[in-house]
Design a protein around this ligand. Structure first.
Ligand SMILES: [Zn+2]
Length: 127
């Protein structure tokens, strides 16, 4: 809120520059400008603590995001893109196969061999 402080400073300078005669009105005017200055300072402090608070909340949000990512990664492990969803041709069970295995794998359900065909990622076609 630098603009507000600048405006009050301008008003203060203007009042001093006018060299107003000492009077009740002048006294009142200077008092009002002094109060405006207090307002501008208070808002400036408020804004500084607001920025600090926003940074703090952002840091918490980031930490929470990391925690959520770690937590849900463990839960959704089988749905990671590194794993192929394959229907076993022997028992028709849908199993998840590590994509790095490119020839064949044993079905975790019926222990029969499942051949992994590179051209058929769904694995639903028997050849
Ligand atoms: Zn099977």
């Amino acid at each position: 809120m630098e603009n507000l402080k600048e405006k009050v400073s301008y008003l203060k300078g203007l009042t001093e520059g006018l060299e107003l005669e000492e009077s009740k009105e002048t006294k009142l005017l200077k008092k009002i400008i002094s109060v405006l200055q207090d307002f501008a300072d208070a808002i400036d402090e408020l804004e500084a603590s607001q920025v600090e608070l926003e940074e703090y909340v952002e840091a918490i949000d980031e930490d929470l995001g990391n925690l959520e990512r770690d937590y849900y990664d463990l839960d959704d492990y089988e749905e990671e893109p590194d794993y192929l969803e394959v229907t076993c041709p022997h028992c028709n069970e849908v199993v998840f196969i590590d994509e790095s295995i490119d020839d064949e794998v044993l079905c975790p359900n019926c222990r029969e061999r499942i051949e992994i065909n590179d051209n058929d990622n769904s694995g639903k076609e028997n050849e």
